[in-house]
Design a protein around this ligand. Structure first.
Ligand code: CTP
Length: 398
């Protein structure tokens, strides 16, 4: 993202305050940001805020002499690598779809000939209006990409579809266009993520602390590298990247079935999910306490990594290991017994809580090397794992 030039368009909707976070995401990632707003956009978020966050002047008046350039609507569009309109009202969508240019934002959007991303935000009834739908369809058919609004409580008191997607999601969709590579082009990759839940009775279940962050970052980054990604995930609050096919599962058994169905068609399986090792013969009724603990009827779950490792022909398989003692030794054993090509070892400690955190410290264990990585963001870890995956895929095909 370093050195990339991002134009952010802001229109008059309450979600404009979220655009401040969006600007932060881009700036933090090393991009340069310039903001273009409508007059109504500035009623929701102040120019000083936008200027401070973007470190650039805010462009909102077509006729103002701006940066000593009288044709700013043209020079600003030559400058930008991508144009992200968030929030986008029905009005700006309608203007762009119909070639109307009557203010700074609509004029510069019309003059912009690279990727435009639009994050609509409006009342459900407006969003469903056939005119708005037609305008969006027309723009989508002409290369504009839409980031679907979420469904939920809307500021106008309604409940439904129309709430602007979260800034983090918008940022990720934009990054796809800015940071694309072809490292994994043409490869089919299955990623498993998060945790499984095993029911004991109608009320209780056994699970673990895995948040799914690492798996979701791997899936997104693999898509940015050109792979066709299927993400098989247990319960999590992580948002799915639009270029990733997501399959939701609950139990270890469900995850086995989903991986089993896809495995023969993939080039690589990355098992980052924390799959339960045991499940239960579930009681139909709530289990009552007996005074001496619960009596639980457990059974082993099927080991997905082991099964696919035994079955693999030309696939690369990456496993994960979560260890508290003799970590490297145990990871090496897992590498061999599960016939994996790489084990990503998480060592849990006070200094490295791993679960739920944005950072982690992992060691990559393969047949001929043990590589201890420094503490880094889960996104950077995802990139390292995928670079290794690409190397292994290359050596398989050579
Ligand atoms: N795994 C799997 N199927 C299971 C359990 C685990 O595919 N039923 C995978 C995980 O996704 C991970 C790897 O196996 O990639 C290691 O999981 P882990 O729980 O650390 O190892 P286990 O083999 O279960 O051994 P142990 O719990 O004894 O350490």
């Amino acid at each position: 993202m370093k050195g990339k030039k991002v134009l952010i368009g802001i229109t008059g909707g309450i979600a404009a305050y979220k655009s401040c976070y969006l600007i932060r995401y881009f700036v933090k990632a090393g991009a340069e940001v310039k903001v273009v707003t409508t007059e109504n956009g500035l009623k929701f978020v102040g120019e000083t805020t936008l200027r401070s966050l973007s470190n650039n002047n805010v462009y909102s008046d077509t006729f103002a002499e701006w940066n000593n350039k009288p044709h700013e609507h043209i020079s600003i569009t030559d400058w930008g690598d991508i144009f992200v309109v968030a929030p986008a009202t029905a009005n700006i969508i309608g203007k762009l779809a119909n070639g109307i240019a009557d203010d700074a934002l609509s004029t510069s959007l019309l003059a912009f000939n690279r990727q435009i991303l639009i994050a609509p935000a409006m009342n459900t009834k407006m969003y469903d209006n056939p005119a708005v739908q037609r305008n969006m369809e027309f723009l989508a058919a002409n290369g504009v990409e839409f980031i679907e609004p979420d469904t939920g409580d809307l500021a106008c008191g309604y409940e439904g579809k129309g709430r602007m997607a979260e800034p983090e999601q918008i940022f990720r969709e934009a990054r796809f266009h800015l940071d694309r590579s072809s490292l994994l082009a043409g490869k089919k990759i299955i990623v498993t993520a998060s945790r499984t839940e095993e029911s004991l009775d109608p009320v209780r279940y056994l699970t673990n602390r895995s948040s799914g962050i690492t798996g979701f970052r791997i899936a997104e980054q693999a898509a940015c590298m050109g792979a066709e990604v299927t993400l098989i995930t247990g319960p999590t609050d992580q948002e799915t990247f639009s270029k990733v096919k997501r399959i939701n599962i609950i139990t270890a058994d469900d995850m086995f079935t989903a991986v089993d169905r896809e495995f023969d068609f993939c080039d690589c399986l990355i098992m980052s999910a924390a799959v339960a090792d045991i499940s239960f013969y579930m009681s139909n009724d709530k289990i009552k306490k007996s005074g001496s603990g619960f009596e639980l009827n457990t059974k082993d779950t099927k080991d997905i990594l082991l099964t696919m490792g035994q079955r693999k022909e030309k696939q690369v398989i990456i496993g994960f290991a979560m260890e508290t003692n003799d970590a490297v030794e145990n990871a090496k054993k897992k590498l061999l017994t599960k016939n994996a090509d790489l084990i990503v070892l998480n060592s849990i400690s006070k200094e490295n809580p791993a679960f739920g955190s944005g950072k982690n410290k992992v060691t990559l264990v393969s047949k001929d090397s043990v590589e201890e990585l420094p503490s880094m963001s889960k996104e950077d870890i995802a990139n390292v794992i995928l670079e290794k995956t690409a190397e292994k895929l290359r050596s398989l095909s050579s």
